[in-house]
Write a protein that binds this ligand. Structure first.
Ligand code: HDE
Length: 689
């Protein structure tokens, strides 16, 4: 063997333990035969020809040839984590579900967050609805709560799902655009489907640009049922509230992040868990007594409607903590199979026609995507409680079922496994009658009132963002007729909104229509009311070069760490920088490998030489300017203040989130103000040039 044909040995930088490899582990074929050489195929002479009998080569290549499975038809791009759910107190009054009855039980969960429209390799930060799926591995079987970060949906009947998704996805003739609803087909469809109006308002809002998976709400969307031990049922809506509060990116930031760090959300989830900043979500329920089913001015079976929290408050019932990253992305995150039909006794469905369609679709899609009816055998999909039945065959059966009978009833196996009348899942029983008919209930017929409610509930800044998003999304539509229909539609939501949108998309301002804005609002719908002022999990960039003031860096780093935030030093090159008094600091990121987009705030410490070097670096100035444009907290101390004067933050206005201190004697007061500013998240009052 020549020297060149050997792969270069890499420097050993990590321990075996880190990679979970047993010391002395040998490379074998899938049949367990130890491999002698995996870098050279078997040949007759070192220039070939290759030999057919090289079974190791064949196995290696043919496995590789089959390493992709069909991606999810929607929600293909996602990330997941393990954790647990724990109820606050017994919910026995409402449900017999065991995991909601005993507050001492920690139920293992696997949660997957996703975008909807993009393919598996698309960017995380695009404007899109986010999926929020949780699999609870309960002692009574798996329960899946498969929701979104928006409480309503585009359509009312599952039969329209292929249509709405076809319109969202890239256009079929040229597969453009990827992971974006900003194209003609989508808005053409939407402009013809008035029931989508409420969802569209949410889609255009900041909700579709979450800052991280750990800072968005989750909703079950449909009305479900909770059933207690006496068989009494109540209707229920499920809500997840992030303990870090609800926060979003700004659109410009989200778009740029898609290029700078397409894995922005995935990385954030992974790193937060690695650093012990476990994402936490509170589960809440809105309970509606069975007899109140018809007391609302909308139908609770209509998934384009939410139940305002002012009408039915959300009762917090427990908490989910995500504390462990998956061991293997494909085996767990890709192969996990969620299905709304996975329920446990005590949780039941409603007649929502959208939900009923989902009860078929997920199971059906798993068979195609995972390739076998035995997908529940995959470790990530297996229940933690015992499971037995007579389904023995089918592709990739992993269990060796030893029973000689696979039918029921039987006498040869003493009727085992047997159904249980006392513990089995019993569907809620009710008398129904009607004609076979393809029709919508008139109670599903009103489409604008809640869209208006949502619009009215937004703050002035949130409204501005909706208009800006509409200018972008509808502005990308080539057909004038579609743009006009959309403006006309928005005119039914709010006249002012329609006028503002019309202005940006080349459409004449519409005339006011008879439908008036009802003037009502629901404060809980504004995400500003859901913000939490904490810096936990926030990332701060410290811009520095040789000659930096060591004490200022150390003080701020420590203060941020104590508050649960993380600080990273950004400089021109990787390696170490030397402070004015000779201390060394490791550079975490360079101006090339990072951007202000990846941080929540920026700090420039003093040190004359460091600041002079940064002043001469256009990337450093751009870093601050961009953070300013994205309304983020910016801070400087000592000579660092001089650097800010060369940027958009030059006016140094404290109330606009620019925090400065001239001397290091004010460091602790300064640190406190800076941390408060970061916790404020954005300074919308800034005037951008
Ligand atoms: Fe889904 N949806 N969906 N969906 N959905 C899928 O199942 C479907 C709907 C949601 O992390 C698919 O395994 C129909 C509403 C999430 O793995 C598929 C209808 C909500 C995920 C499917 C809906 C969702 C999916 C594709 C209309 C919020 C990702 C791959 C009746 C409550 C799950 C898969 C994960 C995935 C069908 C509408 C949420 C095709 C037919 C409403 C979070 O089965």
């Amino acid at each position: 063997m020549t020297e060149q044909s050997q792969p270069q040995k890499t420097a050993k930088t990590e321990s075996l333990e880190e990679f979970q490899v047993e010391a002395g582990e040998q490379l074998t074929t899938n049949q367990g035969v130890v491999v002698e050489d995996t870098d050279n195929s078997l040949k007759t002479g070192n220039r070939g020809p290759s030999l057919r009998e090289d079974f190791h080569f064949q196995e290696k290549l043919s496995h590789f040839d089959r390493e992709r499975i069909p991606e999810r038809v929607v929600h293909a791009r996602g990330s997941a984590a393990h954790g647990y759910f724990q109820a606050y107190e017994s919910l026995a009054k409402f449900t017999k579900a065991h995991f909601l009855q005993d507050p001492s039980i920690q139920t293992p969960v696997f949660a997957r967050f996703s975008t909807v429209g993009g393919s598996r390799g698309s960017a995380d930060s695009v404007r899109d609805v986010r999926g929020f799926s949780v699999k609870f591995y309960t002692q009574e079987g798996n329960y899946d709560l498969v929701g979104n970060n928006i409480p309503v949906f585009f359509i009312q009947d599952a039969i329209k799902f292929p249509d709405v998704v076809h319109s969202i996805k890239p256009e079929p003739h040229n597969e453009i655009p990827q992971a974006s609803t900003a194209h003609s087909n989508f808005w053409d469809f939407i402009s013809l489907v008035p029931e989508s109006t409420h969802m569209i308002l949410w889609l255009l809002s900041d909700r579709t640009l979450p800052r991280s998976f750990s800072r968005m709400q989750g909703f079950g969307v449909h009305t479900y049922r909770l059933v207690n031990a006496e068989g009494k049922f109540r209707f229920v809506k499920f809500h997840w509230k992030p303990l870090l509060g609800v926060h979003s990116l700004v659109f410009d930031e989200a778009q740029k992040l898609a290029g700078k760090d397409p894995d922005f959300h995935r990385r954030d989830l992974w790193e937060s868990i690695e650093q012990g900043n476990y994402p936490e979500f509170e589960l809440g329920v809105q309970i509606i007594e069975a007899e109140d089913e018809h007391k609302f001015d909308f139908d609770i079976l209509d998934s384009t409607k939410l139940i305002p929290e002012e009408l039915v408050p959300v009762l917090p019932i427990g908490k989910m903590v995500l504390n462990r990253n998956p061991d293997n992305f494909f085996a767990e995150t890709e192969q996990v199979a969620f299905a709304p039909s996975n329920v446990v006794p005590g949780i039941d469905f409603s007649d929502d026609p959208l939900l009923q369609g989902r009860l078929f679709s997920y199971h059906d899609t798993q068979q195609h995507r995972l390739g076998s009816p035995n997908f529940a055998n995959l470790p990530i999909n297996q229940p933690v409680c015992p499971f037995h039945n007579n389904q023995q065959d089918g592709r990739m059966q992993m269990q060796v079922k030893t029973s000689r009978v696979n039918y029921f009833p039987n006498s040869l196996g003493q009727d085992q496994p047997a159904p249980s009348e006392t513990e089995g899942y019993v569907h809620h029983s009710e008398r129904v009658q009607g004609h076979k008919i393809r029709e919508r209930s008139p109670s599903f017929g009103e489409h604008f009132s809640q869209a208006t409610l949502f619009w009215n509930s937004l703050s002035a800044v949130e409204k501005e963002h909706v208009v800006e998003a509409a200018h972008f999304e509808i502005g990308k539509v080539e057909d004038q007729g579609v743009r006009e229909r959309m403006v006309e539609r928005l005119n039914h939501v709010d006249h002012e909104l329609a006028k503002l949108v019309a202005m940006g998309v080349g459409v004449a301002a519409p005339k006011e229509v008879a439908t008036q804005n009802h003037g009502q609002s629901s404060p809980a719908l504004s995400q500003e009311s859901l913000a939490v002022k904490t810096v936990k999990g926030r990332k701060v960039a410290i811009l520095a070069a040789d000659g930096v003031d060591a004490e200022q860096v150390t003080t701020i780093k420590q203060a941020l760490m104590d508050a649960g935030a993380q600080a990273q030093i950004v400089s021109k090159f990787l390696g170490m920088i030397k402070s004015a008094d000779g201390q060394e600091f490791k550079v975490d990121k360079t101006f090339l490998t990072s951007a202000s987009l990846m941080f929540d705030a920026v700090y420039v410490p003093g040190g004359a030489l460091s600041v002079e070097t940064l002043k001469a670096n256009g990337d450093a100035l751009e870093f601050i300017n961009e953070a300013f444009r994205h309304y983020k907290a910016i801070a400087a101390t000592g000579e660092g203040v001089e650097l800010l004067k060369k940027t958009s933050a030059e006016s140094l206005q404290h109330d606009q989130g620019v925090i400065t201190a001239k001397t290091s004697s004010h460091q602790s007061k300064f640190a406190k103000s800076f941390i408060e500013a970061i916790a404020q998240h954005r300074f919308w009052m800034r005037t951008l040039g």
